[in-house]
Design a protein around this ligand. Structure first.
Ligand SMILES: *Cc1c(COP(=O)(O)O)cnc(C)c1O
Length: 335
C-alpha cells in the first residue's frame, strides 16, 4: 500500500529497530532509564531549554503543557483548528477545568495579535483569567514565520501571558526555514514535539521548558498515566530519529512539491502545498468513486471535498509517480 493519509503511518526502519534492541533501560518513573535520560537531555540541548520530558503521545504532551501553564478557571487562547483545541477531545477543559478561547487563524496559520489582544479578558470577577497563548507550528503544513514568532513573544511578555508552541511537526518548520530548533524555541516558554510523525519513531513526544516547569510536568505526566517504566526502548527510537531523520524531511517537502506540480499538470485543482502536505479539491461527485479507485490501486488517502495528501519517509518518488499515474487513469475514465 502507498499510504498518504498521514506521516503518522511511518514504521520503524530496521536500523531504528536495531537501536531499540540495543537500548539500555531502567525504570523511568524512578528516573533510572539512561536512554530516556539521554533523550531528554538531547531535547533540552537542541531546543535551548533547561529541561525536557518524554511522553507517550503528543496529545498527552499538550495536555500536560496546558495543565502546567493554567490552573482551574484559567484560559488559553488558541486557533479554532488547532490540534490542542479541536482534536484532543477537549482534554484541557475536561481534565484541567481550563477554558479554551478559540480564535480564527489567518491564512498563513498565525493568530493575529490584534485579535488575540481583543480576547484577553480584563481582571474582573466575570471572566476566566487569560494565561496563555498557544500556537501551532507547522499548522496544516504551514510554517509560522520567525518574524511573527518574535512579535508573539514580545506581545506575550507585554501582556503577562505565557507562550506555548505545539510543535508536533516543528522539524518540518526547522528544515523549511533552514534554521535550528533553538532559533524557533527561543520564542516560547514551552514546546511540544512529536517523534512519531515525519521523524519515523513508533511512539513518543517531548515537552521542553524551564527546569521548574518540567518538574511540574513530571507530576502531571504521572497523574495522567504517562509514567512509563522501561521506556528506553522507545526513547532509543527517538534518539535515532533525531540523529538520522531530521535533515531528510527535505525529501518529503520536495516530494510534496513534485506531487503538487504533477497533479496540477493533470488539471487537478491543487489548493496549496506546504512542507509535507498537499491539499487537493475533489468535486463532491468524485469523492466516493475516487476513494474506491485509489483503494483498488493500493493507495490509501482520506478522500474528501478537500483531500490532504501527506508525504513521509515511507513514500518514495517512484510511488508518487504511481499515484499520479493512477489519478491520470481515473480522470481519463471520467471522460
Ligand atoms: C499529531 C498532532 C498532535 C498529537 O500527537 P499524538 O501523538 O497523535 O497524540 C498534536 N498536535 C499536532 C499539531 C499534531 O499534528
Amino acid at each position: 500500500m502507498i499510504d498518504l493519509r498521514s506521516d503518522t503511518v511511518t514504521r520503524p526502519s530496521s536500523a531504528m529497530l536495531a537501536a531499540m534492541m540495543q537500548a539500555e533501560t531502567g525504570d523511568d518513573v524512578y528516573g533510572d532509564d539512561p536512554t530516556v535520560n539521554a533523550l531528554e537531555a538531547m531535547a533540552a540541548e537542541i531546543s535551548g531549554k533547561q529541561a525536557a520530558l518524554f511522553l507517550p503521545t503528543g496529545t498527552q504532551a499538550n495536555l500536560v503543557a496546558l495543565l502546567c501553564h493554567c490552573q482551574r478557571g484559567d484560559e488559553y487562547i488558541v486557533g479554532q483548528l488547532a490540534h490542542n483545541y479541536k482534536y484532543e477531545a477537549g482534554g484541557a477543559a475536561v481534565l484541567g477545568s481550563i477554558q479554551p478561547q478559540p480564535i480564527q487563524a489567518a491564512s498563513d496559520g498565525t493568530l493575529p495579535l490584534d485579535v488575540v489582544a481583543a480576547f484577553i479578558k480584563p481582571d474582573d470577577a466575570h471572566f476566566a483569567r487569560t494565561r496563555l497563548l498557544s500556537l501551532e507550528n507547522t499548522h496544516n503544513g504551514k510554517v509560522l514565520p520567525l518574524s511573527y514568532l518574535a512579535q508573539a513573544w514580545d506581545f506575550t511578555r507585554e501582556k503577562g501571558l505565557s507562550l506555548h508552541i505545539d510543535g508536533a511537526r516543528i522539524f518540518n518548520a526547522v528544515v523549511a526555514q533552514n534554521t535550528t530548533l533553538e532559533n524557533i524555541a527561543r520564542y516560547c516558554d514551552s514546546l511540544t514535539l512529536c517523534l512519531s510523525k515525519g521523524l519515523g519513531a513508533p511512539a513518543g513526544s517531548l515537552l521542553c521548558g524551564s527546569a521548574e516547569y518540567i518538574q511540574q510536568a513530571r507530576r502531571w505526566r504521572k497523574m495522567t498515566g504517562g509514567g512509563m517504566r522501561q521506556a528506553g526502548i522507545l526513547a532509543a527510537a527517538g534518539i535515532y530519529a533525531l540523529e538520522n531523520n531530521v535533515a531528510r524531511l527535505q525529501h518529503d517537502h520536495d516530494n510534496a512539491a513534485w506531487l503538487a506540480t504533477a497533479l496540477r499538470d493533470l488539471g487537478v485543482n491543487v489548493r496549496r502545498q506546504e512542507t509535507n502536505m498537499v491539499f487537493v479539491d475533489v468535486p463532491a461527485e468524485y469523492v466516493a468513486p475516487l476513494s474506491r479507485w485509489l483503494q483498488q490501486n493500493k493507495i490509501l488517502a482520506s478522500v474528501g471535498p478537500v483531500t490532504r495528501l501527506v508525504t513521509h519517509l515511507d513514500v518514495s518518488r517512484e510511488q508518487l509517480q504511481q499515484v499520479v499515474h493512477t489519478c491520470r487513469e481515473f480522470i481519463q475514465a471520467q471522460y
